[in-house]
Design a protein around this ligand. Structure first.
Ligand SMILES: Nc1nc2c(ncn2[C@@H]2O[C@H](COP(=O)(O)OP(=O)(O)OP(=O)(O)O)[C@@H](O)[C@H]2O)c(=O)[nH]1
Length: 412
């Protein structure tokens, strides 16, 4: 072999050796990189915007118990990583915070009267169907008009409102030339709607202003549904994204404060209460103070109705109002009346109207009476709009009062 051939072989061997060396170094590096632990997320849970706390997932259990060494380190003959066939971690159930599970879903407030229409069906059968049957029959003689009047009176519209409605119907039947049942229906609808004064302001003044919460007093005699209405109203406000504080100024009955507190818990609102038999005005004062400190939108105060004399009522409600007004304006005084009590409800309304400045009426239990006509009478008597109607014991059975939708429900 020539010298040049020997040199060539030596060069080739040197190149092969160098290539093997470089490959070895690269592989070693790669292994090192793959063995480095990736940076871990800091532990300790993740607080989502929605307020739901997600707990740190449970630790993965390695099957160390099956190994000869149990100190967690791989031993001779062990797999260096978790075997593929080891038990995989499934979904982990986490408990939601207790407070969140108590707060309930609230039905959307829009279109409530429409949705609750069927709850007025008892009123409908008496008033709407009775009148449509009479008017749609064609030419009305005096006896028929007497029947129309009786139907209105039986439905609790009261003598004055009934007389007005009949006068309008008699006049319009002639001037519009009403001949068919459909035309009679349109006329009746127009007449009833206009008797309800659709232009009255029926908004509940419960929104904050001048940097202070709105204050709403809920008044009425016991058993009419004051506490229930206060709770339902809180739900409506919360559903609309408002924050609410409840004041249990009905200190005569501990159960009433308990009842209100339960409503509060259901919507996530705080309830301020005092000792049984304590001063309702001091509870009202404390409620407004706390509401202002907490920066809530609305303070709803449920007052006591267990007052038998006008003087007692005047003293109590007058004091509650005066005390509240030391800190904030009373924006709304809602008088709650039970629609099933008919004339009795009207007598109550008169007494309350003399004692406090009522700004709106809530007519409860309209689902339990065939006399939906009380709505007409109470508005006429007090000159104050019916703002809300109670249509059942259910938590969302409170609807805004809308004359058109109400008359449509009566007429079926
Ligand atoms: N059917 C029906 N029941 C209602 C309605 N509103 C309230 N109630 C029921 O009427 C009853 C009396 O309601 P409360 O809210 O306790 O009445 P209150 O005026 O606060 O009574 P006191 O606390 O004794 O002053 C309860 O059984 C309510 O469920 C309604 O719109 N329809």
């Amino acid at each position: 072999m020539s010298t040049s051939s020997l040199i060539l072989i030596a060069v080739i061997l040197a190149v092969v050796l160098l290539a093997a060396l470089v490959t070895g170094v690269v592989l070693t590096r790669r292994r090192r990189i793959s063995l480095t632990e990736p940076e871990k997320e800091p532990k300790g849970g993740y607080q989502a915007d929605s307020g739901v706390t997600f707990a740190t997932p449970e630790k993965v259990e390695h099957p160390v118990v099956e190994r000869t060494e149990v100190d967690g380190q791989p031993g001779v003959g062990d797999d260096a990583s978790v075997p593929r066939d080891s038990v995989k971690r499934g979904f982990v159930e986490v408990d939601l915070p207790e407070a969140a599970s108590e707060v309930e879903e609230i039905e959307p407030t829009a279109g409530r009267l429409e949705r609750l229409r069927s709850r007025l069906s008892r009123s409908r059968s008496t008033l709407g169907q009775g009148l449509l049957g009479l008017l749609g029959a064609g030419d009305l003689d005096e006896d028929s008009w007497t029947d129309v009047e009786d139907t209105l009176l039986m439905a609790d519209l009261g003598a004055a409102t009934s007389a007005d409605i009949i006068a309008t119907l008699r006049e319009e039947i002639v001037s519009r030339g009403v001949r068919t049942a459909d035309e009679a229906r349109v006329l009746l609808r127009d007449t009833l709607v206009s008797a309800l004064h659709p232009d009255m302001d029926r908004s509940v003044h419960a929104l904050p202003h001048s940097g202070k919460p709105a204050v709403v007093l809920v008044v009425g005699v016991n058993g009419v549904g004051k506490t229930t209405t206060t709770g339902k109203l809180a739900r409506v406000l919360v559903a609309d994204g408002r924050t609410v504080l409840l004041g249990a100024a009905d200190t005569f009955r501990a159960a009433a404060a308990d009842q209100l507190e339960t409503w509060g818990k259901r919507v996530g609102a705080e309830t301020v209460r005092g000792p049984e038999g304590g001063d309702p005005a001091s509870v009202a004062f404390e409620s407004v103070k706390k509401g202002m400190d907490a920066g809530v939108d609305t303070v709803l105060i449920d007052t006591a109705g267990r007052l038998h004399t006008k003087t007692g009522l005047m003293d109590e409600l007058g004091k509650v109002k005066r005390v509240v007004e030391k800190q904030a304006v009373v924006d709304e005084v809602l008088l709650v009346l039970d629609a099933t009590t008919g004339q009795n409800g009207l007598t109550q309304a008169r007494v309350f109207a003399e004692v406090v400045n009522i700004t709106g009426i809530v007519l409860t239990k309209l689902d339990g009476t065939a006399k939906g006509g009380i709505v007409f009478q109470v508005q006429r008597e007090l000159g104050v709009p019916v703002k809300l109607v109670g249509l059942g014991e259910g938590a969302d059975h409170l609807a805004p009062f809308q004359p058109e939708a109400f008359v449509d429900a009566l007429l079926g």
